[in-house]
Design a protein around this ligand. Structure first.
Ligand code: NAP
Length: 236
């Protein structure tokens, strides 16, 4: 990957690992075992493409879609021709739509599960590809499992290990973003689409400070929780 001149380091810094994680979440075709009993997900979608304006007739739900990995998953799924339904905090609905979601639903909505199921069913003719949960905490897991229960089955890609008891009709796995699944993207997709503007550096960065001494402050801010932004410490 070559960073285009128009993208500075502050904006570009958040992209590579998020892209790798997003591609691992949705493009792995065959599940493998990381440690006994813990598998990688296998949503089996194609790699993102520089080609535009085509449809794969598949639907992906991204839970935690304003997270760095979540928003990258929206963008790469769109670049596969996949329709994306995003679950985000209300304030980040515009961000998810800007990234390319076809619908974005407030994660605090009382009827969240029904709204997600209705949005999936509304995309008639599409095959349901599964859910990528970028957050993978108890509450998001509960939403995922309730949605999959209503849909009858499905793949679930998580950023943290799945709970022990998962219904039999759910194929759940944890992504392992240290492999070469995304390698072709660096050559064929990332630089060209950053240059063309189709791939955006989202969520927008927030510079914590300049110098190693700001790393601790950045860690504290991250631990306190961020929303729709990427914390960046500049070093120059
Ligand atoms: N397994 C792997 O290989 C791998 C790879 C990469 C990342 N990860 C893990 O994946 C997780 C996400 O990383 P990231 O950098 O993408 O996250 P991030 O950018 O820090 O996520 C921030 C977002 O999390 C959302 N959020 C916070 N608490 C939430 C909750 N209780 N329910 C739903 N959404 C919530 C917020 O969304 P709203 O404000 O819109 O609600 C916020 O925009 C981290 O735990 C990271 O360690 C794992």
């Amino acid at each position: 990957m070559i960073r285009p001149d128009a993208i500075d380091f502050v904006h570009g810094a958040g992209g590579p690992f998020a892209l790798k994680a997003a591609v691992c979440a949705v493009c792995v075709k065959e599940s493998s075992s990381l440690i006994p009993g813990v598998h990688t997900p296998a949503l089996g979608l194609p790699l993102p493409s520089v080609q535009r304006d085509f449809k794969l007739d598949k639907t992906l739900v991204v839970n935690g879609a304003s997270a760095s990995t979540g928003i990258m998953a929206i963008q790469v799924a769109r670049a596969m021709g996949v329709d994306v339904i995003a679950i985000v905090g209300a304030a980040n609905i515009p961000l998810a739509m800007r990234a390319g979601a076809c619908a974005a639903i407030d994660r605090a909505a009382p009827s969240l599960v029904n709204q997600v199921v209705d949005a999936v069913k509304a995309l008639e003719g599409n095959e349901f590809a599964g859910i990528f949960d970028a957050i993978s905490v108890e509450t998001t897991l509960a939403t995922n499992l309730a949605v999959l229960d209503q849909l009858g089955r499905g793949h679930l890609a998580l950023t943290h290990p799945p709970p022990q008891h998962i219904p039999q009709n759910v194929q759940a796995g944890i992504i392992f973003a240290v492999n070469n699944v995304a390698t072709p993207c660096w050559r064929t997709y990332v630089t060209a689409t950053l240059e063309g503007g189709q791939l955006q550096c989202l969520p927008p960065p927030l510079v914590v400070g300049n110098g190693l001494e700001w790393v601790q402050r950045g860690s504290e801010m991250s631990k306190a929780g961020v929303s729709g932004t990427k914390l960046v410490v500049e070093l120059d």
